[in-house]
Design a protein around this ligand. Structure first.
Ligand SMILES: Cc1cc2nc3c(=O)[nH]c(=O)nc-3n(C[C@H](O)[C@H](O)[C@H](O)COP(=O)(O)OP(=O)(O)OC[C@H]3O[C@@H](n4cnc5c(N)ncnc54)[C@H](O)[C@@H]3O)c2cc1C
Length: 496
């Protein structure tokens, strides 16, 4: 199956299938995308029509300034439309309504803990101070509807505000609503307009952007500032290889093929301080169909075998760790979760795979299952028997690799299932470091004049892992902060 065509179809489905007026600006609806006018001047130039960029555009307009969004594709084609739509927030109206006891200090320490203390404390503090109000803003100003609050495995608090997506992902719905908010305000979104260079004055403050449009190169001038909201670099194999090492570049893409590192290539020539470039988030994926078996890999049942039928990893590991390890443990970056019917939710996972036309295997015996999955029968049977015997004799930790399930279950209830998965990259965490005003800083920690970054494009907030929902949260918080700071600059300039 042609990967690009599949992804493209998927993107259109997010934005076009059953679309309402919210996608009126998207050229794939049949309407012409606006052409880029020559050397236009705007207050704020925002690069990228993802969550961070569209939030910044709405906020800039609502602050009384004139924004424009430049988007290199013919629709918002970044990671946002792949996102489940979780927003990690505390202090929201919903938390109060649902009687959740939480505090900003607790969220702060949870975020620092998951980042093993390496997240920028000032940025983390800004996140926790703003996210409650910003999640309410998504409801009140953008029209987002959140599902009932969810608890995630970590840190077991009702903080997950999941955007109700209906037939599409929560992230896709969020983008539709943000586009509708831009349409309502007549904010221009110029598609097929790729930023290729930042323009500066003699002090190296940013004065605008040179972009490649359907009419060739066009210069856009900004009065107040430029926001880099171009996402990260998970789809740029060269950057993954250089910054993280070869095995990372073998990971399958869980998100957009168009987030290709312009956060770095645009800002590096201005000596932006580039941080956390080796940091990224992983998860399992079946890349042909985008089925996501994360719940299965965290279920606490079954064993994980490679294509030779051998156990390859301690199953206690989180889905993040399993996905991350896969290209190092197997040459194919692929494995199977073998699980039996003791796992109560196995039917739900099978239904999910079926709905996404994703092959999985089911049989009443382990032998039959191995045969159907084209795995070596004897090795698979030995792996399952080895696990069951070790469990019976209390020797799971002596297996190679050990199995450290806290509450292990025998694999003895038919039918048995084999769910395939690849290790996938969700997003990169590195990029130009921002300060608490979302301004990009130099290696000397000085703000680069009129240059901002938000969302996956910005570096400093995330390290090692993230609490689910914090990335869309950060795109919202720092997108709004960048817009407000630019508005303040414009107003100050008008007075002088
Ligand atoms: C499967 C999956 C599930 C996820 N689920 C969640 C979740 O539930 N909660 C959560 O918090 N996070 C989640 N994430 C992460 C989240 O999707 C991202 O962190 C977030 O969407 C980033 O938004 P953004 O606005 O920074 O960038 P993006 O949404 O990636 O948008 C960047 C945009 O910039 C454009 N662009 C790039 N270069 C240029 C250029 N040179 N000129 C003009 N435009 C350009 C791109 O085409 C794109 O439209 C998930 C990610 C994946 C892959």
């Amino acid at each position: 199956m042609d990967q690009q065509i599949t992804r493209r179809g998927m993107m259109k489905a997010f934005l076009v299938a059953g679309a309402t007026g919210a996608v009126g600006l998207v050229s794939t609806t049949g309407q012409a995308a606006p052409r880029a006018p020559a050397a236009k001047v705007y207050d704020a130039i925002i690069l990228g029509a993802g969550t961070a960029g569209l939030v910044a555009a709405v906020e800039a307009y609502d602050q009384g300034i004139k924004p424009v969004v430049l988007e290199k594709m013919d629709l918002p084609a970044g990671n946002s439309i792949y996102a489940l739509g979780s927003v990690n927030a505390c202090g929201t109206r919903m938390q109060k309504q649902e009687g959740v006891t939480d505090s900003k200090d607790d969220l702060f320490s949870d975020m620092m803990k998951i980042a093993v203390g390496q997240a920028d404390p000032a940025l983390t503090r800004i996140y926790v101070e703003h996210i409650g109000e910003d999640a309410d803003w998504l409801q009140d100003t953008i029209g987002v509807k959140f599902q009932k609050l969810e608890k995630l495995p970590y840190p077991l608090l009702g903080r997950i505000h999941r955007v109700e997506g209906g037939s599409i992902t929560g992230g896709g719905k969020l983008i539709r609503l943000l586009l509708a908010a831009c349409t309502k305000r007549n904010i221009p979104i110029l598609y097929n307009t790729k930023a290729v260079e930042l323009m500066t004055d003699k002090n190296m403050a940013v004065t605008g952007v040179r972009a490649l449009t359907e009419d060739g190169l066009v210069d856009f001038k900004s009065r107040g500032g430029v926001v880099i909201a171009t996402g990260g670099f998970s789809a740029n194999r060269e950057m993954l290889c250089s910054y993280m090492g070869g095995s990372t570049s073998q990971l399958a893409l869980r998100g957009s093929p168009y987030v290709t590192g312009e956060n770095i290539s645009l800002t590096k020539p201005l000596f932006a301080k580039l941080v956390h470039l080796d940091q990224f988030h992983c998860g399992p994926i079946v890349s042909a169909t985008h089925a996501n078996p994360a719940d299965a890999l965290n279920c606490g049942y079954g064993i994980i075998v490679d294509l030779r039928g051998k156990r390859i990893i301690d199953e206690i590991n989180t889905y993040v760790a399993k996905a991350r390890a896969l290209p190092n443990l197997t040459s194919e970056n692929m494995a199977y979760l073998l699980v039996d019917s003791n796992w109560a939710a196995v039917n739900q996972m099978a239904t999910k795979f079926t709905e996404l036309n994703t092959p999985f295997f089911q049989d009443d015996t382990v032998e039959g299952l191995a045969k159907k999955a084209a795995l070596p029968v004897e090795v698979v049977v030995a792996s399952v028997n080895g696990y069951n015997d070790a469990l019976k004799n209390n020797k799971l930790k002596e297996l190679n690799p050990p199995c450290s399930y806290k509450n292990p279950h025998a694999m003895d209830k038919s039918p048995f299932y084999a769910f395939p998965f690849e290790g996938g990259i969700t997003a990169t965490f590195g990029g130009p470091k921002i300060n608490t005003n979302a301004q990009v800083v130099t290696w000397e920690d000085k703000p680069i004049g009129r240059l901002y970054a938000a969302g996956n494009a910005a570096g400093g907030l995330f390290f090692r892992d993230y609490i689910g929902g914090s990335q869309l949260g950060a795109a919202t918080v720092f997108g709004r902060i960048a817009a407000r700071h630019i508005a303040k600059t414009c107003k100050k300039d008008k007075k002088t």
